[in-house]
Design a protein around this ligand. Structure first.
Ligand code: GRF
Length: 252
């Protein structure tokens, strides 16, 4: 399943052909009914989110979806341990919450296989990594290729990996930020969907900078998810083209 299906199915040839056999009025009704049915069935893509901690990005996505009435199903949230605070928010919203405990698996491969099984059983069209602190195996990444996205708290390709805010301060950069990207096998290297920059201010420490970046994260992650759901993202080489084009970089 890819995000372009909604567009392709809406233009289905078979429907136009069958409509020509009917009168114009019938054709009109038929087309409207077809669109409503397609939007209902195909528009309802399913998201599964993986978290390890507080889950504020997940919360931002759910709240934006509710506010903007996205036709989307939050099929489930999976955490790799029971203390992940984001599980509480999921439960409070009636979103199925699961724990796939990484400590119960002897190898990364076995943990990832259990995750794949759970995510597939939930019928995910899109897998959203939102502060999921486990390194994923190539097998997992290949399985969800093109429908696995992540948010990283830095302006990639600068500062991949951990402790990004400390490293940005140490490097003396004047701008820092966040990146939403498709996940590929290289760590924090996948095609960039969008980014937001924030200024580094005099007197910042890692916490104040992290808080400023987090505000940016909560703005761009929901945007990126919506673009995906609307079938607007095309991966070309290592770049993501947004159709129709609009800015993919924000200065906050
Ligand atoms: C965020 O800073 C995100 O960029 C990083 O992990 C953190 C998760 O925060 N990948 P939250 O759990 O979404 O609040």
């Amino acid at each position: 399943m890819t995000p372009v299906h909604a567009i392709e199915i809406t233009d289905a040839e078979g429907t136009s052909r069958s409509c020509r056999k009917l009168g114009r009025a019938t054709e009109y009704v038929h087309k409207i009914a077809f669109r409503v049915a397609i939007n209902y069935i195909v528009g309802m893509l399913s998201i599964v989110t993986l978290i390890s901690g507080r889950g504020s990005n997940f919360e931002a996505i759910v709240k934006t979806a509710q506010k903007e009435r996205w036709p989307v199903k939050f099929a489930g949230v999976i955490a790799n341990h029971s203390a992940a605070r984001g599980l509480e928010f999921a439960r409070s919203e009636g979103i199925p919450a699961f724990i796939v405990e990484h400590k119960e698996h002897a190898t990364r491969e076995s943990f990832d296989e259990a995750l794949i099984e759970k995510i597939d059983a939930l019928g995910a069209d899109l897998v959203v990594l939102a502060g999921f602190m486990r390194i994923l195996t190539p097998g997992f990444i290949r399985h969800f290729e093109g429908r696995l996205i992540n948010i990283h708290p830095a302006l990639l390709p600068s500062f991949p990996g951990l402790h990004t805010h400390e490293r940005a301060l140490e490097a003396g950069v004047q701008e820092h930020g966040a990146t939403v990207h498709f996940v590929t096998e290289g760590v924090d290297e996948g095609p960039i969907i969008c980014q937001a920059s924030v200024p580094v201010r005099e007197g910042d420490d890692a916490d104040t900078l992290a808080a400023r970046v987090l505000v940016a994260e909560h703005q761009i992650y929901p945007r990126a998810v919506k673009w995906f759901l609307d079938g607007r993202l095309r991966i070309e080489g290592n770049q993501v083209k947004l159709q129709p084009p609009e800015p993919q970089f924000f200065k906050l």
